[in-house]
Design a binder for this molecule. Structure first.
Ligand code: 13P
Length: 251
């Protein structure tokens, strides 16, 4: 049985005061919920305060990026062992914003995934196509290429200690959600790519959907058989919305 997961990606939002208010409300709203796993991936500087807010709750925390290097002269970078110092359970790797705005290739993303796992942190590997790629019919090829880079470097079994998030780039922050069937089709495809190599890993793999998941569309997405939860951007910044999305996962 795959465990369900709802993770918030705060991106570059928040401050000490608003984070505390947001988390207090989310902790309260999710108190006692054990049917799924919950997490928030926060900006680096807030890891200590987020950890202290969440450590006695049912909500895990993580980061949004990690260096592929263990240590060294990499000004401005953060290593996986540093994230470990703050007990991050998850780290997002390969978010489309990192791929597009910071030039992260699938190889770099694969190296980051490996670095996270070496430190015992669960990578949330984002994959997804742009609108142009979808319209030109290459969605599956793009996603397979993004997955293959990771499998080549870390092996297919590594996915037993990872989460995949399918995030169509055209649905991120646009208010345009993939239909439940569109998302389900890509999730099935992802599982089939993995299944050709290792059917057990494919069966157990947690695949989240991300891209304009809101309180009013979460339930119809989460009911699909291959959607195991969500990676939530904008709506994770509003406590009542994030809690409602988490509750949609339980129902
Ligand atoms: P939105 O939910 O704001 O569309 O963002 C999705 C996302 O990028 C999560 O990583």
């Amino acid at each position: 049985m795959r465990r369900k997961l709802v993770a918030g990606n705060w991106k570059m939002h928040g401050n000490l005061v608003t984070n505390k208010q947001l988390l207090d409300e989310v902790i309260n709203g999710l108190q006692g919920s054990r049917d799924a796993d919950y997490a928030v991936c926060v900006p680096y500087p807030y890891l200590p305060s987020v950890k202290s807010s969440l450590q006695n709750s049912n909500i895990a925390w993580g980061a949004q990026n990690v260096s592929q290097h263990e240590k060294g002269a990499y000004t401005g970078e953060i290593s996986a062992s540093m994230l470990n110092d703050f007990e991050c359970r998850y780290v997002i790797v390969g978010h489309s914003e990192r791929r597009a705005l910071y030039g992260e290739s699938s190889l770099i993303v694969a190296e980051k995934y490996l670095a996270a796992q070496k430190s015992g942190i669960i990578p949330i590997l984002c994959v997804g196509e742009t609108l142009e790629q979808r319209e030109s019919g290459v969605t599956e090829r793009i996603i397979e290429e993004q997955l293959t880079a990771v499998i080549n470097l870390s092996g297919v079994e590594s996915l037993q200690k990872a989460v995949i998030a399918y995030e169509p780039v055209w649905a991120i922050g646009t208010g345009k959600t993939a239909t439940p069937q569109q998302a389900q089709d890509v999730h099935t495809f992802i599982r089939s790519v993995i299944s050709k190599l290792d059917s057990n890993t494919a069966k157990e793999l947690i695949i989240l959907y991300g891209g304009s998941v809101k309180a009013n569309n979460a339930a119809e997405l989460f009911v699909m058989p291959d959607i195991d939860g969500g990676l939530i951007g904008g709506a994770s910044l509003v406590a009542s919305d994030f809690v409602a999305i988490c509750q949609a996962m339980q129902n």
